[in-house]
Design a protein around this ligand. Structure first.
Ligand code: CIR
Length: 260
């Protein structure tokens, strides 16, 4: 039997001081963010995840975005080296949380820069976005770590205005991707069918597939409708405060498959 563990972390009371790259700063209601985060954790539990809480980092505004700290595959974990200097310290407590689940833990080393949000993995295929946070050196390091285990690792160029690869494209069913064509070219993913986000909802490509269900923000109703029309089962969450911090639904957990 295998189970899915979701490594998560609480919202920092300083979340309104978060890094912002493409969005204007708007006031963040931290109490509302905490309530929405609880609902998100409930959604993870409802889909069968066991939660593992990483050490709280209240002085790190972006510390809830644990996805950026690590990339986990069945055989090993890779600890990222976040592109934003303010976020570099966040990774160590995630590495600590991962030690109980993976024997082999690798670290992206300088001059490599990698945010986990730039890594899309589907089976043995891995794509790494060359963003403002992730560089080609990190892609080379990922390749040398992962190729011996049979993974392909391909670099992806992205359009202006896109923070991470998974802001631009995520998996929503076995052979189906949700993708914003202004931010990433569909030709990178020849083996997959594509649903394009609604043109009025550029941030709408970030969805979190667990089993056959997609955790999805109710903040993008037009794209949600497109997904529902495709027959995709949606578990809608209100994600307004995380979105103001330039985050999405994938970024608040690290999913780890674990054999019982
Ligand atoms: C940042 O700019 O690093 C945070 N404010 C948002 C990070 C979101 N992470 C993600 O999408 N993987």
């Amino acid at each position: 039997m295998s189970k899915l563990v979701a490594i998560v972390r609480t919202i920092s009371p300083r979340m309104e001081k978060c890094e912002l790259t493409h969005l204007d700063r708007q006031p963040i209601d931290v109490a509302l963010a905490e309530k929405q985060h609880e609902e998100y954790l409930d959604a993870l539990r409802r889909l069968g995840c066991e939660l593992e809480h990483a050490m709280e980092m209240p002085f790190h505004p972006d510390s809830v975005f644990v996805e950026d700290c690590a990339v986990v595959v069945d055989e090993l974990a890779i600890i990222a080296r976040p592109g934003a200097e303010s976020r570099r310290e966040e990774v160590y407590s995630i590495a600590e949380a991962l030690e109980q689940f993976r024997e082999k833990i690798y670290y992206i080393e300088s001059p490599g820069l990698l945010d986990g949000g730039d890594v899309l993995r589907i089976g043995k295929q891995i794509w790494v976005g060359l963003s403002g946070r992730t560089n080609a050196d990190a892609v080379l390091q990922m390749q040398s770590i992962l190729k011996p285990y049979g993974y392909s690792v391909d670099a992806v160029r992205m359009g202006e205005g896109c923070l991470h690869l998974k802001s631009a494209v995520t998996q929503v069913a076995d052979d189906l991707l949700l993708l914003n064509p202004d931010w990433v070219h569909p030709d990178y993913f020849p083996d997959f069918d594509i649903i394009e986000t609604d043109p009025d909802e550029p941030g709408a490509a970030n969805a979190l597939l667990i089993g056959d269900t997609v955790i999805y923000p109710d903040d993008y109703p037009f794209t949600a409708l497109l997904l529902a029309e495709e027959g995709i089962e949606l578990l809608l969450v209100d994600n307004s405060e995380v979105i103001k911090a330039e985050g999405g639904v994938t970024c608040c957990c690290v999913l780890v498959g674990v054999e019982d």
